[in-house]
Design a protein around this ligand. Sequence first.
Ligand SMILES: [Fe+2]
Length: 299
Amino acid sequence: MKIWAISDLHLSFSVPNKTMDLFGPEWKDHPKKIAAAWDKTVSSNDLVLIPGDISWALRLEDALLDLEWIEKRPGTKVIIRGNHDYWWSSLSKVKKVLPPSIHLIQNSSVTIGEVSIAGARLWDSPEYSFDDIIDFKTQVAPHSSLEAERGKEDTSVAMKARLSHLAKEQREVDYFPQPACKRNGEQLGFEPCITEKKREEKDDAAIFQRELSRLEMSLRTIPKEAKVRIAMTHFPPIGVDLAPSVASALFEKYGVSIVAFGHLHSLHKELHPLFGSARGVRYELTSCDFIQFVPKLLL
Ligand SMILES: [Fe+2]
């Protein structure tokens, strides 16, 4: 069994207006590119890890076509939630509709043979920043970099239009609707409500701390006998200099050998490769545009 990873699929089969084309020419028809590479390289006995940002859908029923697309790809898949996976609101409802080849991690782990996978979404960490490695000039990253992008001097009409679109998108998906909110008495999810349009630093710190707890909760569920321990996070768990972080300390504590993560897009090409191994843990950035839309072989 080989183990692969590819994240940030950002599928939108039910929401065709949410194509990724505005993020650069390489995103044109990106599901077709991914499917061609995945179907060619991955076998049915393999394992494919998908560390978040799976679908643009806001409602579970709108994510079904995207999940079916993943189901059609070869291999057993393990998924975690990214910051844009708003369709993933209720664990029990998501579990009910997951196609048979897709397993999820939420405060849990998945073990297949001798391999155990744990993980959590994480969040922006105050320990490191990626502003220096994102290519703001030529492309606009789908998320996390909007504020930095606004600060850059670019007066082109096209860029202004893209920024305005992204600003709207950010309000919709990052600040609204927030999961733990209740609508008509129904619990919509498990995140705290954030009603401010601008997320405050203290909110980021609180979310990050809560995500760390979730990561440790998940790592604790790895069976003692697991020989290969892999983790997935959506947000990067470490900076590019691989300096110790609170998340990296957890991976070392629980014997994790590989961590796959995503969330970063539109990185300066000349900086490839990024990340690497530190203190016994290999860190793999698997955002689909970073790995040219080809699943990355982890093991
Ligand atoms: Fe993301």
